[in-house]
Design a protein around this ligand. Structure first.
Ligand code: OOG
Ligand code: NI
Length: 455
């Protein structure tokens, strides 16, 4: 008898729930933030009676309060390749390449995520994964030693590796093995409060770059944050400050708009956690790496829309970067600059700035095959496609506010996508191509369905 395999989406759901429970236990402030987000979302729904219907239509209602992503950082190419295999068990595949060096963070990254729209609706959980670029560590001794330290660690349990092999050989896991897999995989992301190096070595890396210390000095890629979605990120930002939960100073991404685009995010700053160092004296100290994040997603942009977004944001940051004590200047500048970005669905669609998903509407057409006419008639409807990826400038802002002092360095390195993909063992998918395909195929399907309707 062959046992049926548990769907990858289900394994991801179980993993996401287990990871959330683990993180709430490990970082109580994350649990506090979860409560704040629940209250704010409840208020947003009560305030706007049409919101629930809108969210139900798009499938987003059931995902309120469900963790959207987490993030980890690894040190060696082999670790990244192992993660690719681990995440594949849960239907998570590498999408996008993010170069963080322009922001002074010595890593490059991808996101392991579900790709199909249906899979995302079943469980949106994804992991933003960064790989250290040791060549960017300053000082030859530190650089060499980092690689020696990293070469000694094993971030997967032997049983986890074995279960991955079973998955790869059979194309799936039965129920008992799937549950065991989640249990074993969690070990990789657990925080242990124990450094693999002495306090002195840790301090040398922290001085070189706090992020390097976080990657090099511990047993593995502890999960460094989880992220909840919210219906009103500005209200959460305010509430976090009022309740003393220490949010970062700005919401990253575009300003508040009528028609949300891309991704807005903020977080509470990393907490200090006790660490026991290696060495005979077992010195104690603390480490700041782990935080909680909130996000609010809008429409995916076309290459043209994205170029406009990147330009307006770069202009904002050049004219009026966020500065302590002058955050409202930054916000005003951002709003002023983004007034150049159309803020209604029709303009974004007809100017080719955002991606849309098409479906047959309730109304009958008089017989036209022209898309604009069909939309006007209500025979065809267009809904924005949600952006499921990340923004490097925002990610850099999140990294920095959670690294404490010294998180920013001048790094004049070029992006190195080839090296990243070589380490990963495969190419990363192009996120814009995924949205473009979704738009095109939804339109084709909708037009076929309309053609089949009897006149
Ligand atoms: C990852 C920061 C990036 C996001 O939401 O942009 C990220 C990290 O700090 O390791 O998760
Ligand atoms: Ni994040």
């Amino acid at each position: 008898m062959t046992e049926t395999h548990v769907p990858a989406d289900t394994i991801r759901s179980i993993f996401s729930a287990a990871m959330t429970q683990m993180y709430r236990d490990e970082v109580p402030r994350y649990q506090e933030m979860t409560r704040v987000v629940g209250e704010i979302d409840g208020e947003a729904l009560a305030r706007d009676p049409a919101l629930e219907a809108r969210l139900r239509r798009s499938g987003a209602f059931d995902l309120i309060g469900v963790e959207r992503h987490g993030a980890i950082r690894v040190g060696r190419p082999e670790e990244l390749a192992g993660l690719r295999r681990l995440f594949a068990v849960m239907g998570m595949h590498p999408v996008g390449y993010y170069d963080l060096t322009p922001a002074g963070v010595p890593v490059h990254s991808t996101c392991f995520r579900p790709v199909e729209t249906e899979s995302i609706r079943r469980c949106p959980f994804r992991i933003f994964t960064s790989l250290l670029r040791p060549e960017l560590i300053e000082g030859e001794d530190l650089r060499r030693e980092a690689q020696e330290i990293l070469a000694r660690r094993r971030i997967f349990t032997p049983r986890c590796l074995h279960l991955i092999e079973i998955f790869e050989a059979n194309g799936g896991l039965g129920e008992a093995l799937a549950i065991e897999f989640v249990h074993e995989a969690l070990h990789t992301f657990r925080w242990r409060g124990e450094a693999t190096v002495t306090a002195g070595v840790y301090e040398a890396y922290r001085k070189a770059h706090p992020l390097v210390a976080d990657v090099v000095c511990f047993h593995g890629p502890h999960i460094n944050h989880l992220t909840l979605p919210t219906l009103d990120i500005d209200a959460v930002q305010k509430a976090l400050a009022e309740r003393g939960l220490d949010p970062k100073s700005i919401v990253e991404g575009p300003p508040q708009r009528q028609f949300p685009i891309l991704l807005r995010q903020t977080s509470f700053k990393a907490i200090a956690e006790p660490v026991r160092f290696a060495g005979r004296d077992e010195a104690r100290g603390e480490h700041r790496a782990r935080f909680g994040e909130i996000e609010q997603r809008g429409a995916a942009l076309t290459a043209k829309g994205r170029a406009l977004y990147d330009r307006l944001l770069a202009e904002t940051l050049a004219a009026n970067p966020p500065r302590d004590g002058a955050i409202s200047d930054y916000r005003a500048e951002l709003e002023r600059r983004f007034s150049a970005f159309p803020d209604d669905a029709a303009t974004l669609r007809t100017q080719g700035l955002a991606f849309f998903r098409y479906a047959p509407g309730d109304k009958r057409s008089a017989g036209s095959s022209d898309v604009e006419t069909l939309l006007r008639e209500g025979a065809l409807v267009a809904e924005p496609i949600t952006y499921e990826d990340f923004l490097p400038v925002s990610a850099a802002g999140i990294f920095q506010s959670n690294l404490g002092e010294g998180g920013r360095r001048e790094l004049s390195a070029a992006a190195n996508r080839e090296a990243f993909e070589h380490a990963l063992g495969t190419k990363v998918a192009d996120e814009t191509a995924i949205y473009a395909h979704e738009e095109k195929s939804s339109l084709e399907r909708a037009l076929e369905a309309l053609a089949r309707r009897s006149p």
